[in-house]
Design a protein around this ligand. Structure first.
Ligand SMILES: *Cc1c(COP(=O)(O)O)cnc(C)c1O
Length: 387
């Protein structure tokens, strides 16, 4: 009976697409793997908060660790609704200046739950071609009609809207703000124009890679663009720059009330650990202070983007801290990642199906606690490799 699966595994190995769970240990901004200590250039800890032990110690010093619950033991709709959830939701609604905030167990839960709750047969979902797997799963689960527009191609989106807008009661445009593989960004003001042009459009934006990193207060690209208040469904996650776990939605109160009644991953899953929610609140209260980290990250990122663009002699899609070094075929990306790792840089090759065929790459993601000297070493190494 299991032969089928064994064959599938063999096939993945033959294609060079077999995945395993890596054996790694963390030490601040470093990763240990195979007895080698490497600087982590593949981290989502963009502000360096997860690796900041003094921050953790401050949190524990002001937390009654004997009292705080580690588990909610239940869905929030039953007995799991601890006061910390509402406290964090109120805090965030105030920070973002929106009516309501709703927390979820993860970004994956958020994205596979919100769209199926919102969309019915009268709804068309129109999504960017490169949205995250969790959004694609949410779209599929919704059972609603959907269209994909070419990545960041708003002329194509416009064509789709012209063709379909009148046939549906609602159109939900779905995008990320910072895209995870190319590090490029959506043009949020442009997307908001469609809302003015067509009366039946709602906008769904996933800020997983942008929250913490962009905006004066670290609230994301929507803050930077001054449009937090106009995005119908503003989603973000705590697992990356915010150094925690879980996800949030900023929305109108009526949407929150609706989702509490209709969203299955919210209703039928044990709520986040109250301890982790308290930690999320601790980080959120400090988020505005991390402007120096945001500035550092921006400066480091600009240097790496320029360097990669110079030695690949190819356009650089990224305008953020996620920087792709596109090598083309799988073997080249794997070999380059191995060389970089040997020199102490923990960089990972990204291959199809995660990225389109022929665009295998090293995906650098930078953090604010990488030093200038460390970045310089990487740049020297990359330049030498190219010669
Ligand atoms: C990481 C990520 C998610 C998933 O969030 P988790 O909290 O890790 O489940 C969702 N959307 C995007 C764009 C992401 O990058």
């Amino acid at each position: 009976m299991l032969n089928f699966y064994a064959e599938q595994v063999q096939q993945l190995k033959a294609q060079g697409q077999y995945r395993t769970l890596p054996d790694i240990c963390h030490e601040g901004k470093y990763i240990w793997r195979d007895g080698r200590k490497m600087l982590n250039f593949s981290s989502n800890d963009y502000l360096g908060l997860a690796s900041d032990n003094s921050l953790k110690q401050q949190f524990f010093a002001q937390t009654d660790v004997g009292e705080v619950a580690l588990t909610s033991s239940s869905s929030r709709l039953l007995t799991g609704n601890f006061p910390v959830y509402a406290e964090l939701e109120t805090l965030m609604a105030n920070q973002f200046q929106r009516e309501a905030c709703l927390l979820f167990n993860s970004g994956y839960h958020a994205n596979i739950g919100i769209l199926p709750a919102l969309a019915d047969k009268q709804t068309l979902i129109v999504a960017d071609k490169l949205v995250h797997a969790s959004l694609i799963d949410g779209i599929r689960l919704s059972g609603a009609d959907y269209q994909r527009y070419r990545h960041n191609d708003y002329a194509h989106l416009q064509q789709l809207l012209e063709k379909y807008a009148a046939r549906y009661q609602r159109i939900i445009i779905v995008t990320e703000s910072v895209f995870s593989m190319d590090g490029d960004t959506a043009d949020l003001p442009h997307l908001l124009q469609f809302k003015r042009q067509y009366r039946n459009i709602l906008l769904y934006v996933d800020e997983a890679h942008a929250v913490g990193v962009f905006g004066q207060n670290g609230l994301g690209l929507a803050e930077k663009c001054g449009c937090i208040g106009q995005i119908d469904f503003l989603v973000g996650t705590f697992g990356k720059a915010l150094a925690s776990m879980g996800a949030y939605l900023l929305c109108d109160q009526v949407i929150k009330d609706y989702l509490i009644n209709k969203m299955r991953p919210l209703i039928f899953s044990t709520a986040l650990s109250p301890l982790i929610v308290q930690w999320s609140g601790f980080v959120m209260r400090r988020l505005a202070q991390y402007q120096p980290q945001r500035a550092r990250l921006a400066a480091l990122s600009a240097q790496l983007r320029t360097a990669v663009q110079d030695f690949t002699q190819a356009p650089m899609p990224s305008s953020t801290h996620i920087v792709p070094y596109i090598l083309g075929d799988n073997a080249a990306a794997v070999a380059s990642a191995e060389r970089l790792q040997k020199c102490g840089f923990y960089c990972l090759p990204i291959r199809p199906p995660t990225v389109p065929n022929g665009t295998s790459r090293i995906r650098f993601s930078l953090t604010a606690d990488i030093s200038q000297a460390e970045l310089d070493q990487l740049l020297t190494m990359l330049t030498a490799e190219k010669k």
